[in-house]
Design a protein. Structure first.
Length: 738
């Protein structure tokens, strides 16, 4: 459990003054404890930890401040008035060093707030290649022109966006209480986040991009080419990932057109119906493979206006016809083959394979052979991740691929009672810094719950603002989304975009991070096996879900709880709290926070233990979740991975594979590269040249190639901790399967 860093104070309770008016206009309860803690921090900054005598002096000063505030003010007092009283009392007590540090802290805070909204200052950070700016996204190469242009625009948009936000929301973001995601795009622009593109509607009915009216394709090759163009345009019109749901079933009708054409040709030149059908099938299989290979290459060579490859996800695996099975097989074979002469691992699209009992889970089921190919692919390329059909329906109300890396829509029906998934979207994420609340509570659970409710009100205001800002877009701002079918229903220029958001059609998400660290504050570092600790952390996520349900009932939009893909936020929040609370064992001393509800990465549970621990949380976090398991090299033992997939089927809905697949083309090493402050390097020869190495890591829900980019400070430590504890030895897994 967390030990408080200061001696318990005996300051007087307040009487007349009951509220403090913050700079952002909010009123919060007036407590002498906050004055005391501010003075303690100032004293510790000067001299280190307090001794009992110094602590008593600070208590005396605090009581004098409280007395003067009570004498001079009634009911509510402004924050700067309290600070002026503190400075006056300190000077009167001849505490000059303490007064100077207290004043300097105030000045530094005001200075930092002003810098965050100063465009000139933020641009200078970019020009100086500040690591927090240029390495914020592992899949953006800050050395290329189009990315530099996007970073410049984003830097300006962040400064302006902070001024647009409600003051208390902007202040909470700057302090690190919450994180407003994608500030470089929204609220400056009324853009949306991630989505499931309605490819079926667009490919069936045609669409328009730029000056081109595109008709429905007549072959699978044209269909995948059109998909790539749609993806590029959608990615440039929003700021999140985009997904294609059930792509094997989606593309099958267009492959059927290929088959029909080849059969017609065969009937002209080949005798015998069997030979004709065999010829048509052979040619169609080649067409399918070529089309899916072209899609893989096109996605990996695309650049959106954001200066990056579009974050794309393909969901597949439920089709049963020979064409649908062939599409599934081609997707996996192409990924196994790799890109280019060196057969590098493709980063995009993210592949998500569906497993369903009765279809492909067990050896006697019709698509079990495709599952075997998916297992081979995962051991060699980490993807595909897997969706467990029955569990996903249980958690979210319907089956669909994630939007982007892990955001899930809930089951929803239109006015006619038809289930709708494709064409829906997310309006943005705000993430709550849970470890900070635990640290501020200093082990007092009542205080924890009180602070949590206060922060949730800020999150609510932030999320409502995201919705209201997104509604200010007009269809002509993003024609591909609103007018040409990507979001399903096609709007007219005069229509309100809210037609596609309201009545729970769209989601907006409350994210959270650091549940492990919260448990460590209250129950110690090894709390995962403590039933009371598990119940406490579950209650936290349940509370988030209950608040979201209340907001949904109030506003008519689906507020979902979302296990944040905290690529750089694991570091950002932790560094902010390190400055505020110092090194706290098993919390801030690691230099990173643990993602969402995940098991502490420094420990070495078996995958089965890890899944059993994590499986209870997505019930309350159904708006976004994913589970990972770490493995050694499994290329020679895919049955070990299958044991985990099968064990997971009735326990979790979404599972990813992390296994070492890095390659050094200079010395021939294959395995796991070493994470260092400057990036990743070959452990055998030290090579870190991206031209002669292929390094692939899972940096959040997606894979990334971070070889040329130094890791955000602290992030390399988290990855090192993960890969250091590779689990699931082959013998152990075989025994578990038996």
């Amino acid at each position: 459990m967390l030990e408080t860093r200061t001696i318990k104070s005996n300051i007087k309770a307040t009487k007349k003054v009951t509220a403090v008016i913050k700079r952002d206009g909010r009123q919060v309860p007036f407590t002498a404890e906050k004055i005391y803690q501010a003075l303690v921090k100032a004293e510790q900054h000067i001299h280190g930890e307090l001794d009992p005598l110094t602590n008593q002096e600070i208590e005396t000063i605090t009581n004098k401040v409280v007395t003067e505030v009570q004498e001079r003010f009634t009911a509510a007092v402004k924050i700067y008035e309290i600070q002026n009283v503190v400075e006056h009392v300190l000077l009167g007590e001849h505490q000059y060093d303490l007064a100077q540090e207290y004043i300097n802290y105030r000045t530094r805070r005001d200075f930092a707030r002003n810098q965050a909204t100063d465009i000139n200052f933020t641009i200078q950070k970019l020009m100086k290649k500040d690591a927090t700016v240029v390495h914020e996204n592992a899949n953006k190469d800050s050395k290329v022109f189009n990315t530099q242009r996007d970073l410049t625009a984003g830097t300006v948009a962040k400064a302006m966006g902070l001024k647009m936000l409600p003051p208390h929301v902007a202040n909470a973001h700057l302090k690190g209480d919450i994180h407003w995601h994608d500030l470089d795009y929204q609220p400056y622009s009324p853009m949306t986040n991630c989505c499931l593109i309605d490819f079926k509607e667009m490919l069936t009915n045609g669409f328009k991009i730029g000056n081109a009216e595109v008709e429905s394709p007549h072959s699978i090759q044209t269909a995948t080419a059109q998909m790539a163009q749609i993806i590029a345009n959608v990615a440039s019109s929003q700021y999140g990932g985009c997904s294609a749901d059930r792509v094997d079933e989606l593309l099958a009708p267009f492959a059927q057109l290929n088959y029909d054409k080849h059969l017609s040709d065969a009937q002209d030149w080949i005798d015998g119906a069997d030979k004709q059908h065999a010829f048509a099938q052979m040619k169609t299989k080649k067409d399918i493979y070529d089309a899916m290979q072209a899609l893989e290459y096109e996605i990996n060579t695309l650049y959106s206006s954001q200066g990056q490859t579009p974050f794309t996800t393909l969901g597949f695996g439920l089709g049963t016809s020979w064409i649908e099975r062939e599409i599934q097989r081609s997707i996996l074979q192409i990924r196994i083959q790799g890109l280019g002469k060196e057969q590098r691992t493709a980063i995009f699209p993210k592949l998500v394979y569906s497993i369903k009992r009765g279809l492909n889970l067990n050896p006697d089921e019709p698509n079990y052979d495709i599952k075997q190919l998916a297992l081979e692919c995962a051991t060699k390329r980490m993807y595909p991740d897997v969706l467990m059909y029955d569990k996903l329906v249980e958690l979210t109300g319907s089956f669909k691929a994630p939007m982007g890396c892990r955001s899930f829509l809930q089951g929803w029906q239109d006015e006619q009672g038809h289930e709708v998934n494709s064409g829906r979207m997310n309006l943005g994420v705000v993430t709550l810094n849970l470890p900070r609340i635990a640290l501020e509570s200093a082990g007092d659970k009542d205080k924890f719950w009180a602070i949590l409710q206060e922060r949730l009100q800020i999150c609510k205001d932030a999320l409502v603002f995201k919705v209201e800002r997104a509604k200010q877009a007009e269809p002509e701002n993003a024609p591909i989304l609103y007018e040409h079918g990507a979001f399903g229903k096609r709007l007219k220029p005069e229509d309100s975009v809210d037609e596609l958001f309201k009545n729970n059609r769209a989601t907006v998400s409350l994210g959270y991070i650091g549940l492990y660290e919260v448990g460590a504050v209250f129950y110690g570092h090894a709390w995962e096996h403590d039933a009371a600790a598990k119940a406490f952390t579950l209650k936290i996520v349940q509370t988030l879900a209950e608040n979201c349900q209340t907001w949904e009932n109030e506003y008519g939009y689906h507020f979902s709880v979302y296990g944040t893909p905290a690529e750089s936020l694991t570091n950002t929040f932790c560094q902010a709290d390190l400055k505020k609370f110092g090194k706290v064992k098993d919390v801030t001393d690691k230099d990173y926070y643990t993602n969402s509800f995940h098991y502490d990465v420094r420990k070495a549970p078996t995958p089965f233990e890890k899944l059993d621990f994590e499986k209870d949380y997505p019930k309350y976090s159904a708006g976004g979740f994913i589970h990972y398991c770490e493995y050694p090299n499994l290329k020679q033992n895919p049955k070990a991975l299958e044991a985990v997939w099968d064990y997971a089927y009735d326990r979790v809905a979404y599972l990813g594979t992390n296994t070492p697949i890095d390659q050094c083309f200079e010395c021939g090493y294959k395995g796991d590269f070493t994470a260092t402050e400057r990036g990743f390097e070959c452990p055998q020869c030290g090579n870190h040249n991206p031209q002669t190495c292929d390094v692939v890591k899972r940096t959040c829900g997606y894979l990334g190639n971070p070889l040329q980019r130094p890791m955000v400070h602290g992030r390399h430590k988290e990855i090192s901790a993960r890969v250091k504890h590779l689990v699931l030895g082959n013998d152990q897994t075989t025994q578990a399967r038996q």
